[in-house]
Design a protein around this ligand. Structure first.
Ligand code: PSV
Ligand code: MN
Length: 398
C-alpha cells in the first residue's frame, strides 16, 4: 500500500467540483423561501460568491449556470464569461430551463404539442451555442416531463419524441462538448416521469449520440436504491457523464452532501477509484453540486459540501485494492468489507489540511471564510441594494 498522504494528495490534485449559481441566491421550496441578507441578488453576486468559494477551496474553478435564472434576455454570454474569468473562475455546465414557461404545462420535448416541443428543442440548441461562447464543456439536461394521470398521453410516443429531440440536439454539439442526461423518478410529474431512472437516461443518451452521457443526481433515487451499483454499471459502459451531489432523506435533493449518509458517497467514489485503477486513468466526470439551501447560510453550506466531497473522495482513494481483491478472490467477505471500512474510518483531516496549505490555502476553508468577513460585507451591501430594488428581505427574530 503506497504512502497514504501521497495517495490522498494525488487524489485531491485532480479533483474538481462545480458549484451551482442557484445555490447562492434566495431559493426555497414550493412552500416558501426564507430570505438571507447575504444571498446573491444577481448574476454578478453569484459569480462573486462562486469565486470566493474557489479562492478558499482551490477546487471549484467553474460555476454552473441555469439559463433562465442567470441570463436575463439580452445578456451577452461572452461578457458573462469574461466577468467570470476576471474573478478567476469559468462558466461550467449550462442548464436549459425546460419547465417554467407556460407552454411546458404538458411537457417540453415530450409534450403532445408540437409548438412546445419546437420551443424546447430550440432552447436546448441555443444553450449548446451559449456553452460554445462561454467555453463550457457540459450542457446538462433535466426534464420535468411526464404525465400525472394514467391515459393522459402515450408513454411510447413520449419516449420517441425524446429520442428524436435529443438526437437532433446532439448534432449541434461541438467536438469538445458533452450532453448530460439527468433522470428523476418523480416530481413534478407524479404518475409517470419520461426519464425516470438511469436506464431511461442511458438509452436516450445512447440513441442521441456518442457525446451524450448519463448524469446521476444523488438525490433522485428511491430509498435504499444502490446508487454505487448504478455508478459501477455506467462506468463499465463508459456512460457516466457526471453527478449532481446532494443528500436526501425522503424526496428530492437539497440536503448537504453526506449529511445523511456519507458512507454512500464514499462507496460511489470507491467505484470510481477502482475503475480508474483497472483502466489506468480516471474517466472524464463532471462533479457538480445541486443544492439550494433554504436554511443554512449559503456560502457556508457550499464550503461544507465541497470539503465533504474532498474528504470522502480522499478516503475512498485509501482503499487497499490489493488486499481487497485478495480477499475477494478467497471469498473472504469480512476482510473485503474491512478494506472499505478501514479506508472510510481513516481521519484525513490533517492530510487535507496539508494539501491545502501546500497550495497557499487555509487548512480549514470554512473557518477562513468566517474570519474573512465576506458574508457580513455582502449582507450589508446586498441588504441595501435589496431595499432599493424593493425585494423581500429576511425576517428579524430580534
Ligand atoms: C431537478 O430536481 C434538478 O435536480 C435538476 O438538476 C434541475 O436543474 C435542478 O434540480 C434545479 O435546482
Ligand atoms: Mn439535479
Amino acid at each position: 500500500m503506497p504512502d497514504p498522504v501521497q495517495t490522498v494528495h494525488q487524489a485531491l490534485d485532480s479533483f474538481r467540483i462545480e458549484t451551482p449559481s442557484w445555490g447562492y441566491s434566495d431559493t426555497g421550496t414550493r412552500f416558501g423561501k426564507f430570505h438571507q441578507p447575504a444571498a446573491a441578488i444577481d448574476l454578478d453576486d453569484k459569480l462573486a460568491d462562486a469565486a470566493h468559494v474557489h479562492r478558499l477551496t482551490g477546487c471549484c474553478p467553474t460555476v454552473a449556470a441555469h439559463v433562465l435564472w442567470d441570463f436575463a434576455p439580452g445578456t451577452d454570454p461572452a461578457v458573462v464569461a469574461s466577468k467570470a474569468a476576471a474573478l478567476g473562475i469559468g462558466i461550467g455546465s449550462i442548464n436549459p430551463n425546460l419547465f417554467q414557461d407556460q407552454i411546458y404545462k404538458l411537457g417540453s420535448v415530450g409534450s403532445p404539442f408540437e409548438n412546445a416541443r419546437d420551443q424546447a428543442l430550440a432552447h436546448i440548441i441555443d444553450c449548446i451555442k451559449l456553452g460554445q461562447v462561454t467555453g463550457s464543456r457540459a450542457v446538462s439536461l433535466w426534464f420535468a416531463d411526464g404525465t400525472n394521470y394514467p391515459g393522459q398521453d402515450s408513454i411510447r410516443a413520449r419516449k420517441q419524441r425524446f429520442e428524436a429531440a435529443l438526437k437532433e440536439a446532439h448534432s449541434h454539439l461541438s467536438a469538445d462538448q458533452v450532453m448530460l442526461v439527468e433522470y428523476k423518478p418523480f416530481e413534478p410529474a407524479f404518475y409517470q416521469t419520461d426519464l425516470a431512472d438511469w436506464g431511461m437516461s442511458f438509452l436516450t443518451a445512447k440513441k442521441a449520440g456518442p457525446q451524450a452521457k448519463v448524469l446521476v443526481d444523488t438525490g433522485h433515487h428511491y430509498n435504499s436504491q444502490n446508487i454505487e451499483q448504478i455508478v459501477a454499471w455506467l462506468l463499465d459502459e463508459e456512460m457516466l457523464g457526471g453527478f449532481h451531489f446532494n443528500d436526501r432523506r425522503y424526496a428530492d435533493d437539497d440536503l448537504t452532501l453526506g449529511s445523511i449518509d456519507p458512507y454512500q458517497i464514499f462507496r460511489i467514489f470507491h467505484e470510481i477509484h477502482g475503475f480508474a485503477r483497472e483502466r489506468g486513468a480516471y474517466p472524464e466526470i463532471e462533479y457538480m453540486i445541486d443544492q439550494s439551501h433554504n436554511l443554512k447560510p449559503k456560502i457556508e453550506a457550499m464550503l461544507q459540501t465541497v470539503c465533504t466531497a474532498q474528504e470522502l473522495y480522499a478516503k475512498a482513494a485509501l482503499v487497499d485494492h490489493e488486499a481487497l481483491s485478495a480477499a475477494q478472490r478467497k471469498g473472504n467477505i469480512v476482510d473485503a468489507e474491512i478494506c472499505l471500512k478501514k479506508a472510510y474510518n481513516t481521519d484525513v483531516t490533517a492530510m487535507l489540511g496539508d494539501w491545502r496549505v501546500g497550495r497557499g490555502l487555509a487548512a480549514d476553508p470554512l473557518q477562513a471564510h468566517r474570519a474573512s468577513g465576506y458574508t457580513e460585507k455582502a449582507a450589508a451591501e446586498r441588504a441595501k441594494r435589496r431595499q432599493d430594488l424593493g425585494i423581500a428581505t429576511e425576517h428579524s427574530y430580534a
